[in-house]
Design a protein around this ligand. Structure first.
Ligand SMILES: [Zn+2]
Ligand SMILES: [Zn+2]
Length: 286
């Protein structure tokens, strides 16, 4: 089923008297939302006990939690011991996913650094393959767990739509995270009409097949950009930078997709996730 929800807690979540993320699943349910992304962008900082409690709340309220792995993962790091650390961040993320009873671990794969693009891509590919081999050799539950490499918003980062789709063809455990705010930054605002979205999903259907495309993970927010790409996340009051959600909602309906759609707006992520849900539901009626 298609799901909508925020990344993290909106300002309004706190304004309405909530204090802890443990309250998020029931609060989201009361608003009509069914997904929640927990970002460990700056590192893993939650006890196992709290994580398991959050997982119970999520299950009780039918909210599916995804995990965002730390931003400092970099599979193209020239140093092997740093790549080793990236493996551990993925492994820890999967542990949280188990405690949260979630399915999607979102990962920023790599930055290009001083390497040539192809060199960085090959190194990332090699490390990604060995990460998956190592994971499968461990005694951990990987059922319905997916690593979801994200399309990125800066040219210096590894993660164009084509690159992410290519990486995701390497293993069954890999499903793409299409961050359309990021993709809009890389194309200087192309994601204002259906064709740009269709192009991405057409390529995904062709290279990754039906399951991975229909069940992809989506990040959606309006993002300010320059010629180098992403600058900062905005909210749905922006009507200059984009992207626009209406054409994406139409393509989701046309292609019968059932993604999890996470809103990464600044401060208003739950409100904007609700706006997307309403746009989608209205289009569906027509
Ligand atoms: Zn991200
Ligand atoms: Zn994102």
């Amino acid at each position: 089923m298609i799901r909508f929800g925020p990344s993290g807690n909106s300002q309004i979540f706190y304004e309405e008297g909530n204090k802890s993320s443990l309250q998020a699943p029931s609060w989201l349910k009361s608003k009509g939302l069914t997904a929640y992304e927990y970002s460990f962008g700056r590192g893993y900082n939650m006890t196992r006990d709290t994580a398991q409690k959050l997982g119970e709340e999520a299950e009780k309220n039918d909210v599916l939690i995804s995990v965002h792995a730390p931003f400092y993962i970099n599979f193209a790091n020239p140093l092997e011991e740093m790549a080793e650390k990236s493996f551990n961040y993925v492994l820890t993320g999967l542990n949280y996913l188990n405690w949260f009873k979630g399915e999607h671990l979102v990962v920023h794969l790599a930055t290009q650094g001083k390497m040539q693009r192809t060199e960085a891509l090959n190194l990332t590919k090699r490390r990604l393959i060995s990460t998956l081999e190592n994971l499968k050799s461990l005694n951990i539950n990987l059922n319905n767990k997916y690593i979801c490499p994200e399309t990125m918003g800066k040219f210096s980062q590894i993660g164009s739509a084509e690159e992410i789709i290519e990486f995701c063809s390497l293993d069954n455990m890999l499903i793409p995270t299409f961050d359309f705010g990021h993709l809009n930054c890389l194309t200087a605002g192309k994601f204002k009409e259906k064709d740009s979205y269709k192009r991405i999903f057409d390529l995904s259907f062709e290279k990754l097949g039906e399951f991975k495309t229909k069940n992809c993970h989506i990040h959606f927010s309006k993002i300010e950009y320059s010629s180098k790409g992403e600058i900062r996340h905005l909210d749905f009051d922006d009507d200059y930078y984009g992207p626009n959600f209406e054409p994406l909602a139409q393509v989701i309906l046309d292609y019968k997709l059932e993604p999890t759609i996470i809103c990464e707006s600044a401060n208003f992520m739950a409100e904007d996730a609700l706006k997307m849900l309403n746009i989608y539901e209205n289009l569906k009626k027509h």
